[in-house]
Write a protein of this length. Structure first.
Length: 369
C-alpha cells in the first residue's frame, strides 16, 4: 500500500519542452496530458510511456510545454486528476484526455469549468456517451476535438498479412482482445472480423477478452490452443498479450502464426527474430499527432477546417520481418530526431486533410542518418 501511495504521489511528471526562442510577450502553450497508463511498466507494456515520450519529442519541435499526469491504470484517480486540473488557478492552455474505461464524459464535464481547451485522443466516445453530453464544440464548448487511429483498418491489415503469410489453406483464427468496455479493443476485434468475412479466407474459432496483460493472455492462449488444436493463426490486441500468447504457442510447439497490434520494442525484436509474424505499429504516435493539431490550432489554423473536429486517422502500419529492423533503428534507437513538425499545416502549407502517413516520418529520419 505504501508503495502504491508513493507511486501515485510521484505520478506527476512535468516534461518541459521549450527549445525554440519565443517573443518576450509570448508564453509557450502549455499542455496537460492525463495519461491513463503507468509511469513505470508493470506487466501491460510500455505503450503509454511511449505515447508520452513521442509527445515530448513533438512538443520540443513546436516550443510547447508538456505536463503528464499518470493515472496508473486507475480510472478513479484519472477522474480526480481531471477535477484538480479544472480547479487550477493558473490553468493550462490545453488538456489531452483518453476515454479509458468510459471516463471521458465525466472528465469533459469536469473540465468544462476550466478555460483550457480539451482534446480527446486514442479512444473515442461511444454513441451513448455522445448522446449524454453532445459532440465536440456543442454543449461543452471547450471540447475542441477528438483524434483517434483507425484501429479497425489496422486490424484488417494485420489479418490480411497473416492470412497471406499462412498460405492458401483456410485461416482458423484465435483472438485475444482487451476489456469489452474499451472502444479501441472492440474496434480491433471488429477489424479482424471484417477482413475474414470480406475475404472468405477463414473464420474465427473463438475471441476472448483479457486485461491487456502478458500473464492473462498466456493463460487464455494456453486454454484456446488446447481447445482448438487445428488453429493456425493467433492474434492479440496489444504487445503484452501478443507476447503472452507467443509464449503459450512456443511451449506447445503449435504450428500457429502469431501477430498483434502495438509494436513495442520487445515485440519488434521478436518480429526481427522471426518468432512473431507481424505487429501493427503506430498507436504510440497518436499523442505526437495530437500535439501537431494543438500547435496548429494555437497558431490560428483550426484543424476542424481540414477534416473536422472529430478526426480518425488511417496511419497504422504492418511491421514484418522485411521492415522490422529498419523500423526499430529509426523509431527506438534514433527517436530523438523524429520530425513530427513536418505534419504541421502551419509549418508546411498544404490542402486537404491532415496526412500522418508513417512512411513520411520514417523516410525523413532515414535522410537525417
Amino acid at each position: 500500500m505504501k508503495r502504491r501511495d508513493a507511486l501515485l504521489s510521484g505520478a506527476l511528471t512535468v516534461l518541459s519542452a521549450v527549445v525554440r526562442p519565443v517573443a518576450a510577450a509570448e508564453r509557450p502553450p502549455r499542455v496537460v496530458f492525463l495519461n491513463p497508463g503507468e509511469a513505470v511498466e508493470r506487466g501491460t507494456g510500455q505503450q503509454w510511456q511511449l505515447v508520452s515520450k513521442f509527445m515530448l519529442t513533438a512538443a520540443r519541435s513546436f516550443g510547447m510545454q508538456l505536463e503528464v499526469l499518470y493515472a496508473e491504470r486507475d480510472h478513479l484517480l484519472m477522474l480526480r486528476q481531471a477535477e484538480q486540473v479544472a480547479q487550477r488557478g493558473d490553468p493550462p492552455d490545453y488538456v489531452v484526455i483518453v476515454n479509458e474505461k468510459m471516463t471521458a464524459a465525466q472528465m469533459l464535464t469536469s473540465l468544462a469549468k476550466s478555460p483550457a481547451r480539451v482534446l480527446v485522443m486514442h479512444n473515442d466516445l461511444t454513441i451513448e456517451q455522445r448522446g449524454q453530453i453532445g459532440n465536440e464544440r456543442e454543449r461543452i464548448a471547450n471540447w475542441i476535438g477528438t483524434l483517434t487511429a483507425d484501429a479497425g483498418r489496422g486490424a484488417c491489415r494485420l489479418m490480411q498479412y497473416l492470412c497471406a503469410t499462412h498460405g492458401p489453406t483456410p485461416a482458423r483464427v484465435l483472438g485475444i482482445t482487451g476489456d469489452p468496455v474499451t472502444p479501441v479493443s472492440n474496434e480491433r476485434a471488429a477489424g479482424v472480423e471484417a477482413w475474414l468475412s470480406g475475404s472468405g479466407q477463414g473464420r474465427t474459432f473463438q475471441l476472448v477478452n483479457s486485461d491487456w496483460s502478458h500473464a492473462d493472455a498466456y493463460e487464455k492462449a494456453s486454454v484456446l490452443l488446447a481447445r482448438y488444436p487445428e488453429a493456425n493463426i493467433l492474434w492479440a490486441a496489444n504487445d503484452a498479450m501478443t507476447l503472452g500468447a507467443l509464449q503459450a504457442v512456443k511451449e506447445r510447439r503449435a504450428p500457429v502464426l502469431v501477430g498483434g497490434l502495438g509494436a513495442l520494442p520487445e515485440a519488434v525484436r521478436d518480429v526481427i527474430g522471426g518468432d512473431l509474424s507481424a505487429m501493427v505499429a503506430g498507436d504510440y504516435f497518436i499523442g505526437a499527432f495530437a500535439m501537431v493539431l494543438l500547435h496548429d490550432y494555437h497558431q490560428g489554423n483550426d484543424f476542424a477546417a481540414a477534416g473536422g473536429a472529430r478526426q480518425k486517422l488511417d496511419f497504422l502500419k504492418v511491421i514484418h520481418r522485411g521492415n522490422a529492423e529498419r523500423f526499430d533503428e529509426i523509431v527506438f534507437k534514433r527517436d530523438a530526431m523524429l520530425d513530427f513538425a513536418q505534419y504541421s499545416r502551419v509549418r508546411h502549407t498544404r490542402a486537404g486533410r491532415y496526412d500522418f502517413d508513417l512512411q513520411r516520418l520514417l523516410n525523413t529520419r532515414t535522410k537525417v542518418s
